[in-house]
Design a protein around this ligand. Structure first.
Ligand SMILES: [Zn+2]
Length: 295
């Protein structure tokens, strides 16, 4: 009888889990690994998100640490120095953004003045300590990964053990890795969006296996979630296969993302609930915390 009861109950449980009906949202801390505090968020004319507002959003979503990178770097410097940051219990992991303005998006990889700006910013550091990475940068054409300044910055990042946050396609990841002195074995590359153009899951998996320090940040990743914001089966399988390689981020690239910050974090908590708790904790917090030696 008990066996029969289990068959029925267990089948029902498996079915409801498969449909994501019983998985509760992840409730632990979050590490926002793709946060911009750009000028328009705080400049006072258009800016509706002064530090108190930005930090209130992090605090109420249990975002305990952020990779901060901002156009221009003044936004990151502000968060790194703000009284409110400490009051909110948020650890700032600062990255040097390669952009002073919008024009730099299309030119940074060949503009020597960007290289100089990066060196000056690294020398200056922040009130939250030294910069830990470079980026986010974009390459709208993969071949620009071979631009002279892109090459120099990749070599610099590897040498100084700085992470790079790269919004690029899979072809450009290969080129950037090839330009690293280690040929990609020792470059800490955080792949922003893990292929925003929808790089096939099998290709993502092959890249993770080829490059031991490649990490995938999952904002805007097409095909990640399916019905009701739950993980799609092929992504769930990939994450379970490589639980130490993925992270989450808000990508507050426009103010609308600050407006939607609560919703974005709620979305992550929903699908993180589809994973075993220990795996969810790694994706939400542990992988990034390990990368930057946070407690
Ligand atoms: Zn971004």
């Amino acid at each position: 009888m008990r066996f029969i009861a289990c068959i029925a109950a267990c089948a029902a449980l498996a079915l409801s889990q498969a449909h994501g009906q019983t998985a509760a949202p992840y409730e632990g801390p979050l590490f926002d690994t793709h946060l911009h505090y750009n000028q328009e968020a705080w400049d006072g004319t258009a800016g509706s998100f002064p530090p108190t507002e930005a930090l209130a959003r992090m605090q109420r979503n249990q975002v305990k640490a952020i990779i901060a990178n901002s156009r221009p770097n003044a936004g990151t410097q502000t968060l790194a120095a703000a009284r409110e940051t400490r009051a909110a219990g948020v650890t700032v992991v600062p990255f040097v953004r390669l952009y002073r303005n919008r024009d730099d998006y299309n030119n940074w990889f060949r503009d020597e003045s960007i290289h100089e700006m990066v060196l000056a910013e690294l020398a200056r550091g922040t009130a939250s300590g030294p910069y830990r990475g470079l980026g986010e940068f974009h390459l709208y054409e993969s071949a620009n990964a071979n631009g002279p300044v892109a090459k120099k910055l990749i070599a610099l990042a590897e040498e100084k053990k700085l992470a790079v946050l790269a919004h690029v396609d899979d072809v450009a990841v290969d080129l950037l890795m090839a330009n690293a002195p280690s040929k990609g074995r020792a470059l800490r590359l955080i792949w922003a969006h893990t292929g925003i153009g929808g790089t096939p899951v099998e290709r993502v998996q092959a890249m993770l296996e080829r490059y031991p320090l490649l990490m995938g940040e999952l904002s805007y990743r097409p095909g990640l979630t399916c019905e009701d914001g739950r993980l799609c089966p092929e992504w769930r399988a990939l994450i379970l296969k490589h639980p130490d390689r993925f992270m989450v981020g808000s990508d507050t690239w426009v103010n609308q993302r600050w407006s939607a910050y609560d919703e974005i974090m709620r979305g992550y908590r929903t699908w993180l609930g589809d994973l075993p708790p220990a795996v969810a904790q790694r994706i939400a917090w542990g992988n990034a915390a390990a990368l930057f030696d946070l407690r």
